[in-house]
Design a protein around this ligand. Structure first.
Ligand code: MD3
Ligand code: FE
Length: 216
């Protein structure tokens, strides 16, 4: 029998608008997975994943690091972007070219010209980790979108409305999926349900999520 795809599944390329301004690009990062995972390893060598404290004193279940000119941090003093890693005092590692190229391709497809992310937050979920409902509002200019890239174990993502109590829709975010969140969806409440255990060929027992942001 002819092996049409050389042993690989064909790359999915369905683009779906899940809410005004929110476009889900299934499998959009699959071709770049090796470069993304290598980049994450390099970044985490210089700026290790750490579980940060919230202003309320809780330790987050998600471990985080950053690359780019600014990185998202939290401690007892609050949430903010910092040009340096508070653990080392050094600048965050540079954003790899493959990261920037992917974020720009995704935003271009979604209709945002010339997206220039200066921050990439990298979230690492082990089984049991979760992210409760929140809005992303620490960035300076809400007219710029956020791009998310999911790698490894699948997660259930909750996507609500502009008010905390608005009903939430649930979406599975799978290895290689990208989402562009902009326009009317930029300030929507969202979260990630507790990660279930599993073993993914690319990441083992982990989920990784990159979010590209125009922060400063
Ligand atoms: C919708 N991360 O880092 S990515 C975050 O999977 C964050 O780690 C989740 O929420 C994760 O802040 C979700 C999807 C996402 C990211 C940013 C958004 C959805 C968004 C901003 C506005 C609206
Ligand atoms: Fe968020």
């Amino acid at each position: 029998m002819t092996d049409l795809f050389g042993g690989n599944e064909p790359r999915q390329s369905a683009h779906q608008t899940i809410a005004p301004g929110a476009m889900l690009l299934r499998g959009f990062a699959l071709d770049d997975q090796r470069a993304l995972l290598d980049g994450i390893d390099r970044i985490a060598t210089a700026a290790p994943f750490r579980r940060m404290q919230t202003p309320g004193g809780h330790v987050m279940s998600v471990a985080m690091t950053n690359c780019g000119g600014a990185g998202w941090v939290t401690d007892r003093r609050g949430y903010r972007y910092s040009p340096t890693d508070p653990e080392t005092g050094r600048p965050w590692p540079a954003m790899p070219d493959a990261f920037l190229t992917l974020a720009r391709a995704a935003t271009a497809l979604a209709g945002y010209a010339d997206f220039r992310p200066d921050a990439c937050l990298i979230n690492r979920y082990a089984p049991g980790a979760r992210m409760s409902l929140h809005q992303d509002r620490d960035e300076r200019d809400m007219t710029r979108p956020i791009v998310s890239v999911s790698l490894g174990l699948p997660a259930t993502f909750q996507f609500g409305g502009l008010k905390r109590g608005d009903p939430v829709a649930k979406y599975a975010l799978l290895h290689g999926d990208c989402v562009v969140w902009g326009g009317p969806s930029r300030l929507c409440w969202h979260g990630v349900l507790t990660l279930k255990d599993g073993d993914h060929p690319a990441t083992g027992r982990l989920r990784l999520n990159l979010t590209f942001r125009g922060a400063m």
